[in-house]
Design a protein around this ligand. Structure first.
Ligand code: ADP
Ligand code: GLC
Length: 482
């Protein structure tokens, strides 16, 4: 089968979050099963390419008032996956991917609709796939265009489309005037298509027009059918019926495994845990926490500072939690209010709370390896990858039981000695405190704690099974376009 991926970010070329990790790994896993896979990404200012081969010197992409001529770069084949980059410096030669300190870029609708059209146009020259697999709102217009603007182009008669929602909290919502600007027919601007409170909603369009919708965990696939999780799209999701499927993400253990991690102070494995203490010492030193604290449990967090991730909850819970014997280490960037919250906490408790406001992959590996506990009190979490990574590093997750956190972490049960972490349910400070306190208490029981660490380290979230599940979805989608 020929599959073309379209996404706005992918490791190692661009990354703001877990979407990039998925785009760096899933196509490889599908190619490994003998399929022909290509991936289209925008070329950003920070995208590093090994070669600058031009695949198509200029495509013509029409807008109402102007034409754009992006070029397509051939990024070469890596692990069986062919990479292409849509290159239009005017849109992408900027410091941020989606925005900067001033907020989202004002021309994101133009930027990503151009990207979608460029992928469609390129495929006519480079090979029309059997399936377009598009990701999140930035690529969601592709199935819409295919079934509207391109509906009469017979090249696409037998092409299926699959949309994966990595986060329904980001939808790409723009003023209605965007419709004519992007040459989208007004007939699409109805409540059962792209219209959303008198605005145009890219993700909604993608859900309506793609053959199948997947999301990144089974629980999240249920949650987005409910108004309290779907940010206004629960009806749209519900209407899609059994064509919305949850597939839990895998992990690229080539990147995230303490046995061969190039960023950490010492390597370790479930057979020999001794290196982990060195990683903890290195982490404390990096974060300026005094050595005497090294017998206290270190609670680590790596996160985008966004409301989704539960920082308001942590703030409310911390006034009591700081009295516990624990160290809190945080790595993240994002909303200013949370950056300031952690800075002032560090100022008050310099020997037990430390933060680095940074986006730094090396530090992320150090936090995974050097912490004892990994905290994710998310309000919602489509899948979450960092808690899956943490298990492999013997760093025990404490999570709120939502979305992928519910699906990937198993509550520790002292009677059966099974379980990989600790889960709490209610979204309030009291539940967070009791979940974390439960972990802190078990931490004192060295044999029980070691058992939980080992249970987690032996989990395998390989991409093989998810890749099989996606292939089944592709087959079902293709069956709709015989
Ligand atoms: P989300 O995609 O919602 O941000 P995930 O858990 O799926 O959450 O993925 C987050 C990814 O981004 C992980 O690979 C994590 O290591 C990385 N990450 C998040 N924040 C930072 C940061 N400040 N520095 C380095 N990596 C980060
Ligand atoms: C999104 C979600 C996160 C998920 C990631 C990869 O960014 O917030 O939960 O793990 O996508 O699918």
């Amino acid at each position: 089968m020929r599959i073309t991926f379209a996404a706005s970010e992918g490791v190692p070329y661009s990354k703001t979050g877990g979407l990039a990790d998925v785009i760096g790994a899933l196509p490889k896993a599908i190619a490994a099963q003998g399929h022909e896979v290509s991936v289209f990404l925008p070329r950003y200012k920070h995208t590093r390419l090994q070669q600058e081969r031009v695949a198509i010197p200029n495509l013509t992409i029409p807008f109402r008032d102007f034409l754009l001529f992006p070029q397509i770069l051939d990024g070469g084949k890596h692990d069986g996956v062919q990479f292409y980059f849509v290159d239009h410096p005017e849109f992408t030669f900027r410091d941020g991917i989606y925005g900067d300190a001033g907020g989202d870029y004002g021309d994101n609708a133009e930027r990503y609709s151009m990207f979608c059209r460029a992928v469609i146009e390129s495929s006519k020259r480079l090979g029309v796939p059997h399936v377009f697999h598009v990701h999140d709102w930035q690529a969601a217009l592709l199935p819409v265009l295919l079934r509207s603007v391109y509906a009469y182009d017979s090249s696409f008669d037998h092409v299926a489309t699959v949309l994966t929602i990595h986060n329904i909290g980001y939808q790409g919502v723009f003023p209605s005037s965007t419709m004519p600007k992007l040459l989208l027919p007004w007939s699409l601007f109805t409540l059962d298509r792209l219209e959303f409170y008198d605005q145009v909603n890219f993700l909604k369009g993608g859900i309506v027009y793609s053959d199948f919708v997947t999301t990144v965990s089974r629980t999240y696939a249920e949650e987005i059918r409910r108004p309290d999780y779907a940010f206004g799209l629960s009806d749209t999701v519900l209407k899609k019926g059994n064509r919305v499927i949850g597939i839990v993400n895998g992990v690229d253990y080539g990147e995230w495994d303490p046995e061969n991690d190039r960023y950490i102070a010492a390597r370790f494995s479930s057979a020999d845990l001794s290196g982990k203490a060195k990683c903890k010492a290195a982490l404390l030193a990096e974060y300026g926490i005094p050595k005497e604290r090294s017998n206290w449990p270190v609670v680590g967090m790596i996160s985008r500072f966004a409301a989704q991730k539960g920082f308001d909850l942590l703030e409310a819970a911390l006034d009591e939690l700081v009295l516990e014997e624990m160290v809190l280490i945080v790595l993240g960037t994002g909303e200013r209010r949370f950056e300031e919250m952690f800075r002032s906490l560090h100022y008050i408790y310099p020997d037990r709370i430390s933060v680095k406001i940074a986006y730094d992959n090396r530090l992320a590996h150090m936090v995974e390896a050097g912490s004892d506990i990994f905290l994710m009190p998310s309000h919602y979490e489509p899948c979450g990858l960092t808690q899956i990574y943490s298990m492999r590093y013997g760093t025990v997750p404490v999570v709120r039981a939502t979305g992928g956190l519910e699906d990937t972490v198993e509550q520790w049960n002292p009677a059966t000695r099974k379980g990989t972490g600790f889960k709490f349910t209610g979204y309030d400070a009291a539940h967070l405190r009791s979940g974390l306190r439960e972990a802190l208490a078990v931490f004192q029981d060295r044999t029980a704690w070691k058992q939980i660490m080992l249970n987690g380290m032996r989990q395998s979230f390989s991409w093989k099974e998810p890749a099989d599940e996606y292939l089944r979805v592709y087959e079902q989608a293709r069956a709709l376009h015989p």
